[in-house]
Structure formats: structure tokens, C-alpha cells
Design a protein around this ligand. Structure first.
Ligand code: ADP
Length: 181
């Protein structure tokens, strides 16, 4: 089983992902975490990515698809994709890759939450790219580049919308219901 967790920055994808992989024995694939690991290791890719990430913009589709492809090919587990895909090009690339492996995405969970709550949560979290200006830019990038994926997966009949406000446990209960169905 492969699952995508979709939602605006700050919607709680990372928190829910940690619960989901435990309960459903999936491998967590977070492109944000992978990029932060590259930055921490001081690689060329990391140095280039940091400039883009600090502005709240997206790292290029080629780089992201390359990173994801090697992870998928080196794993025999179902994946939980977190923060990926973020563009239509990435979604189409993922479909193509999975098709070549005779696999597919089984569920797409959309964590639905309003902008005000997102900004509050992210300012409280205080990561390096969590200042108000970058957050606003990331929300705009989400609306322009990632939100079209909602229709993309809805038209494949894979999308389930889950209310993303409330306690971590409440939200997870809603997610688990979808994935157990
Ligand atoms: P959040 O979900 O809080 O926005 P992430 O950790 O998923 O944070 O991503 C942080 C930053 O890393 C993004 O703003 C973007 O610059 C970069 N990034 C992560 N995943 C992708 C991706 N799939 N495509 C392009 N850029 C990405």
C-alpha cells in the first residue's frame, strides 16, 4: 500500500505521518526531511536547496524526482509520501515510476485546515523557514502549485478529505478510518 498525505504547510502532515507509519507499517518518505538532511550534511544539493527553501519556494522537480526514485527502488515496503508530490509534474512522474514497477498509489489523504490556524501553528513551531513572510509565500506556493493535485487525485478517485483541526489523536482516528477501509 502506498499513501500520500497532502495538505498546506503547517497542516500537520509530519505529525500524522509519524502515527501512520507506526500503525500501518509504512516507510516515511518526507522530501522536506531528505532536503534538510542534505543541508545538514553540507552537500552541493543541500547548499543549492537551502537558498530556495529559505525563500519558501520549491526545489526543482528533477532533483526531487531523482531523490524519490532512488528511495522507492531501494525499498520493498509501502511508502507514506509526505510533502511530495508538490506539483503536477511530480505527481505525473510518481505515477509513471510506480506504473513501471507495477505499483500504484492507493490512498491520498487531504488534511484540511484553515489558513489562520496554520499561521499560528507554524509561528509556534519556529523552524528556520517559519518566519511570517516565508510562511505566507509557502501558503501562496501551495495554493498555486500544489492545490491542483487535489483535483488530480480526486479524478483518480483516490482522495479522502480529513478535517485537520482538533487533537493529534482525533485527527489520527479520522485518518486511520480511511486507511482501514
Ligand atoms: P512544510 O510541509 O512545513 O511546508 P516541508 O518540510 O515539507 O515543509 O518542506 C520544506 C521546504 O522544502 C519547502 O518549502 C520546499 O522549499 C522544499 N521542498 C520539500 N519538498 C519538496 C518537493 N516535493 N518539491 C519541491 N520542494 C520541496
Amino acid at each position: 500500500m502506498h499513501v500520500i498525505i497532502l495538505g498546506a504547510p503547517g497542516a500537520g502532515k509530519g505529525t500524522q505521518s509519524a502515527e501512520i507509519i507506526k500503525q500501518f507499517d509504512l516507510q516515511h518518505l518526507s522530501t522536506g526531511d531528505m532536503l534538510r538532511a542534505e543541508i545538514a550534511a553540507g552537500t552541493e544539493l543541500g547548499i543549492a536547496a537551502k537558498t530556495v527553501m529559505d525563500k519558501g519556494e520549491l526545489v526543482s522537480d528533477d532533483i526531487i524526482l531523482g531523490m524519490v526514485e532512488s528511495q522507492i527502488k531501494n525499498s520493498d515496503k509501502g511508502m507514506l509520501f509526505d510533502g511530495f508530490p508538490r506539483t503536477t509534474v511530480q505527481a505525473e512522474g510518481l505515477d509513471k515510476l510506480l506504473r513501471s514497477l507495477e505499483q500504484e498509489i492507493n490512498h491520498v489523504i487531504l488534511l484540511d485546515i484553515d489558513n489562520e490556524e496554520i499561521i499560528e501553528r507554524m509561528l509556534a513551531r519556529g523552524r528556520e523557514d517559519d518566519n511570517e513572510e516565508t510562511i505566507r509565500n509557502r501558503l501562496e506556493v501551495f495554493n498555486n502549485q500544489t492545490a491542483p493535485l487535489i483535483e488530480y487525485y480526486r479524478s483518480q478517485d483516490k482522495l479522502s478529505t480529513v478535517l485537520g483541526s482538533g487533537s493529534v489523536e482525533d485527527i489520527f482516528a479520522r485518518v486511520a478510518k480511511v486507511l482501514s477501509a
